[in-house]
Every structure is written in structure tokens, then in C-alpha cells.
Design a protein around this ligand. Structure first.
Ligand code: PNS
Length: 167
């Protein structure tokens, strides 16, 4: 039987525990999940980690899960998904405020490649307020991000913001 392959695309700058929660939920439903860091994000953002480091952090976070692959891609998401034979694109939907942007992207992606389906996944309730951009800002301004990212990501953020590690 053909394997069910899904792509979970994003900027993942940085990977938050909200993203990790979504990955653990998707992987229960598919045979193989590609967590794909986009080199071209639709919304411009002030970056924290280089693409390769984001990929490496995702790999480390899911080192225990052989069905999760982390990689990056350039160009259109649908072209990447098609090349990898992944007919499912998964996006986390935290709140109604996400909906318009996500809905637009989903319909655009499906008009570019009609065979793809976009699935929206709800995170755990406690993660609904989390976003990479807020985590970046909190970290940059000296706030404690311990509750929002894994210890490895926190250590890298401390290093990026040139603060001594707390443990
Ligand atoms: O985590 P983000 O930044 O919200 O993810 C957005 C992402 C990476 C999924 C989107 O920007 C994307 O798909 N970029 C790849 C380029 C592309 O296909 N653009 C057209 C989207 S309809």
C-alpha cells in the first residue's frame, strides 16, 4: 500500500512547544512526516536562526521519531510537496485570527496543485497563544522563554542573544 506522506511547512524560527505538539499529533495519522523549513516565507519576518540551524533543531527535537524528517525547501511549497509525493499539507490553526491567512494559502496551494489537501490541526489548548514571533520578541527583550521552547532551543536562544545559560 502507498505510504501516506505529509508536509508540515513553516518558518519554525524558532521551533516552539506548540509546533512540537502539532508534529506529535500528525505523526499518529501518517506514515511519514516532513517538517519543512521554508527558505521563502510569505510574510517577511526578522529572522533569528539561519535555516540550517532551524532544521537541525527540529531534527534534534524528533530524534526519537524515525518517521519525522526535517529538511528545508526553496521555492513553492506545492512544488516541494509534489516532488516528495506528499499530498497532505498540515498547518496548525491556533485561533480565528489565523484563519484568513491560512485559508488564503490553502486555496492558493490547492489551485496550484489540485491533488493536494490542506489539513488544519488544532494545538493543545495551552499552546493556543504561542507563536514564534512572540517567542522571539520575548527572548530578544530578555524575557524567560522556558515555558515556550524546548531546553535545546532555549540554550540556542540564550546564545543568540548572548546571555549566559541559566542551568
Ligand atoms: O510559519 P509560517 O511563516 O507562517 O509559514 C508560512 C509558509 C512557510 C508555510 C509559507 O510562507 C510558504 O508556504 N512559503 C513557501 C513559498 C510558497 O509556496 N508561497 C505561496 C504560499 S500560498
Amino acid at each position: 500500500m502507498k505510504k501516506t506522506i505529509a508536509v508540515y511547512p513553516g518558518s519554525f524560527d524558532p521551533l516552539t512547544i506548540g509546533h512540537e505538539d502539532i508534529v506529535r499529533r500528525i505523526v499518529r495519522l501518517v506514515d511519514h512526516l516532513i517538517v519543512a523549513v521554508a527558505e521563502t516565507a510569505t510574510q517577511t519576518k526578522s529572522g533569528l536562526f539561519p535555516i540550517d540551524e532551524r532544521v537541525e533543531l527540529i531534527r534534534s527535537a524528533f530524534a526519537d521519531e524515525p518517521r519525522v524528517e526535517a529538511t528545508s525547501f526553496s521555492g513553492l511549497l506545492v512544488d516541494f510537496a509534489r516532488a516528495r509525493e506528499a499530498r497532505i499539507i498540515v498547518r496548525g490553526l491556533r485561533a480565528v485570527s489565523d484563519f484568513e491567512y491560512e485559508f488564503q494559502m490553502a486555496l492558493m496551494n490547492r489551485s496550484l496543485w489540485p491533488e493536494v489537501e490542506v489539513l488544519f490541526m488544532a494545538p493543545a489548548t495551552r499552546h493556543t497563544f504561542l507563536s514564534s514571533s512572540l517567542v522571539r520578541e520575548v527572548g530578544r527583550l530578555g524575557g524567560d522563554v522556558t515555558d515556550f521552547v524546548s531546553p535545546l532551543v532555549k540554550a540556542r536562544m540564550d546564545r543568540a542573544f548572548e546571555r549566559p545559560a541559566t542551568d
